[in-house]
Structures are given as C-alpha cells and as structure tokens.
Design a protein around this ligand. Structure first.
Ligand code: HEM
Length: 412
C-alpha cells in the first residue's frame, strides 16, 4: 500500500452495497481515507473510532456550506445527489451561535422526559401496525415486508404526529425523502425531487399558519412570525425537511437492521426473550454493529488539518464513517464484527453522532426502536426472515445502511 495521504481514493459506490467488508479493508490502511464522491469530487472519510470522535468535536471543523471549497468555486451542480446535505438551511449546516439558535427552537420537544411521555402512544401505534403486518402476511402466503408495514410507518407516523403533518401527505413525503438520501439518482430527478419537497413543505406550512394547532410546526411558525431573527423562512422549511428525513429514515434502518440481526443470530434473540439481555441492549449493539448511517455528509476543516497522520486540506468535504467506526477493532476489540448483546463495552459507539451535532432525536430513536422490537417479538417470537439474509436487496445510497425490503414470516 502507498503512504498515508497518497493513497488512491476509494470511489464510493452510489448504489450503496453492504459497507462492512470494504470498510474493514480501508480501515486496515488507516483511520482516514481519501474518497471520490459522485461527480468525481475529491473528499475524505474518517473511519476510525478515535479519529472520528476527535474530528466530530474538533474546533477547526465546520458544517457551514461557505467552508466547502468546491461549492464556493461553482463545481457542485444543482442536481448533485448530495447537494441537499451540504446546503439545506437549518441546524445541520450551521455552526456556533447560529447552530445553537436553530437547535434550541426544537430541542425541548425531544428531551428524554418528553419522549417518555410518548412511549404509550408509540406502543399503541406499533400494536396497530402489527395487525396490518399479520393481515399482509395472510394475503401473502405467510410472508410480508416488515420494512414497509412496520419499520417505516412507525417512525414516520410518530414524527408526522409531532409536527402535525396530515396522514395524507405521509406516503409522498417518504418517497421524496428516500430519494433525498439516495446517492444514485440522476441530476434532473434530484432537482425535481427537491423542488417538489420544498413546494410540499411550503404548502404544509402555509396551511398550518392559517390553522395553527398544538404541534411543532405551529410552534416553529410562531417563532418565525414573532421574530425573524429566531427563524428565517428558508430555515423553517429546512428544519421541517430535516426533522422529517432524519426523524424516520434512520429509525427505519435501525429497526430493519435489528430484526435482520436477531433473525440471523437466534441465540442472541433467545437471550432477550429469556430476560438475559434487554431490548435496549439490542438497540445499542445494532447501532454499533450495523449503523443505520453509513457515511454522513459533510464537515469541512477550516484550515489544513492532519488527522491520524493524514492531511485533510481546508475546505475538503469529509464524510463521517459511522458504520466503519462501529466495527473498528482498535476501539471495540478483535471480535468487533460479531453481533453480541453481552458485550461489556467500555467504548461507546458513535452511531448517533458526537459533539455539537449529536443526534437531536437520540432519546426518541432509542425509545421507538426498543418499543418496536419488544412489541414485535412479544407478539411474534418465532418471526423469521423469508429470504436468506445475504439475498436481501440493498437500499440505495451510501448515506444510509440497510436493505430495501425485509420479507418476513411473522409466524416463523
Ligand atoms: C443528527 C443518527 C434518529 C434528528 C444525527 C447524527 C447522527 C444521527 C449520526 C449526526 C450527523 C452528523 O452531523 O454527523 C441518527 C440515528 C437515528 C436518528 C442512527 C435512529 C436510529 C433521529 C430522530 C430524529 C433525529 C428520530 C428526530 C428528531 C436529528 C437531527 C440531527 C441529527 C435534527 C441534526 C442535529 C444537528 O445538526 O445539530 N442523527 N438519528 N434523528 N438527528 Fe438523528
């Protein structure tokens, strides 16, 4: 292999194949790896656990798009598949005081206490969805897609309820959101998807402004109207989009990946069903072992920065390699690639982020996933995959990490 910093860049596969084997190979060569992003844009990825943790909280690393050199130089076209991640107005692309202002507007809705209050409602929704899953299986010779009937509508329904978004918009919002996080769509489609999503959210906000309710969208609109310094019009739409996308695409992958892991490690499932491990252990081990987020875009060093011996030039778009960090043997031990609920981990996974942009929805994600899994396996303890794990089609894109469908036999 070549010297660190001179390595040939790894071309990220926009179709999003299973990342773990490639990540292990890249990690063996170093914690930081040069990558080629779609459109042959040079980037870097931080894959090592320690390097990633330091990088995520480094004072000379920013998320504001003004720090992205290729964007400032006009080399990032409108239809670039990752453009929304780089430019969406809101907390995800803000730093310092701006970031704190945008995050504070919504953070009180996602505290551990508020989330605990939602638990009974989430359990009710989950139970209702399982009736639908059972019916779908009856219609389908005992087989139904768990992702479509359960892992998706649960978090999507919950975030839409919090935001006060009508049931009628939910399917389309998911279709569009799935295309925003896909990295393999063409430029014309990417532009059209973004336009439609912004128009739809603008219409939703306008309807809400005319008829405010006790929900998060109404609270955001009030903040915008009372005082434009607290939330600008683009920031309102950007915040709605971020909450909808981040609030369901990730939990969807987490529940999907946990069910895949438990079905293909029945001894581990037995530990939980016998009370020797908890649903929360399943959630944490799945987050580490098969992170719902593979490569998260972007951060930019605000000066030339050397990370673990590799120089990352100022303004380079850097991906956070969460799935890779979760299997870093230096942090998690030589058996890091084993799904093991009894792990007495001293090192915490980074799969919900770290530093100022740590996942705002972490308590909600953990609660939803634990409730989803407990409700599912309590009702269907014999549930199993209907297709071998290795044959499941991958979900498109290298930002998320999951499969496209999850055919299961609820009755085993
Ligand atoms: C940020 C993961 C669920 C809202 C993040 C980040 C990660 C993450 C890794 C940091 C990204 C970065 O800057 O590198 C996850 C996972 C989830 C999940 C794995 C589920 C299993 C949720 C939910 C919400 C949410 C349910 C709903 C509110 C956000 C927001 C941010 C964020 C708003 C941006 C925070 C900021 O920039 O300050 N999430 N997330 N996430 N997450 Fe989550």
């Amino acid at each position: 292999s070549t010297a660190p910093g001179r390595r040939a860049p790894h071309r990220l596969d926009p179709t999003g194949p299973c990342p773990h084997a490639v990540n292990a190979r890249l990690l063996a060569e170093g914690a930081v790896t040069p990558v080629l992003l779609p459109g042959d844009i040079d980037g870097m990825a931080v894959l090592g656990h320690d390097a990633l943790r330091d990088f995520l909280s480094h004072p000379d690393v920013a998320k504001g798009p003004q720090h992205f050199t290729a964007l400032s130089e006009g080399r990032i076209p409108d239809g670039w598949p990752l453009r929304t991640f780089a430019t969406l107005p809101g907390m995800m692309t803000a730093d310092g005081a701006d970031h704190r202002r945008l995050r504070a507007l919504v953070s009180s809705a996602f505290t551990a206490r508020r989330v605990e209050e939602l638990r009974p409602r989430v359990a009710t929704v989950a139970a209702g969805l399982l009736d639908g899953l059972a019916e779908a299986a009856e219609r389908g010779d005992g087989v139904a897609d768990l992702r479509r009937h359960y892992a998706l509508p649960l978090p999507l329904g919950v975030i839409c309820e919090l935001l006060g978004v009508d049931r009628a918009h939910q399917d389309r919002l998911h279709e569009l959101s799935a295309l925003v996080v896909a990295t393999d769509i063409g430029p014309d489609r990417a532009v059209a998807v973004n336009r439609e999503l912004l128009e739809l959210l603008t219409a939703i906000a306008a309807a809400k402004a005319a008829d405010p309710r006790d929900d998060l969208t109404s609270a955001l609109i009030a903040a915008r109207d009372e005082d434009g310094d607290r939330l600008g019009p683009h920031e309102l739409i950007g915040t709605l989009l971020l909450l909808i996308v981040a609030g369901h695409e990730t939990t969807l992958n987490l529940v999907t990946n946990a069910v895949r892991a438990l079905c293909s490690h029945r001894d581990q499932l037995a530990l939980v069903l016998d009370g020797r491990a908890s649903w929360s252990d399943v959630v944490e081990e799945t987050l580490r072992w098969d992170s719902p987020v593979s490569y998260f875009p972007f951060r930019y060093p605000t000066r030339d920065l050397t990370v673990d011996g590799t120089l990352i030039p100022r303004g380079t778009p850097v991906l956070a390699g969460y799935a890779a960090a979760g299997r870093d043997t230096k942090a998690h031990g030589p058996d890091a690639d084993r799904f093991d609920l009894t792990r007495t981990a001293t090192v915490k996974h980074l799969s919900l982020g770290h530093g100022p942009h740590y996942c705002l929805g972490a308590p909600l994600a953990r609660m939803e996933a634990a409730v989803a899994l407990e409700t599912l396996f309590t009702r269907f303890p014999g549930l199993d995959l209907a297709v071998p794990e290795s044959e499941l089609p991958r979900h498109s894109g290298f930002v998320g990490n999951s499969v496209r469908t999850l055919p299961v036999r609820p009755g085993g």
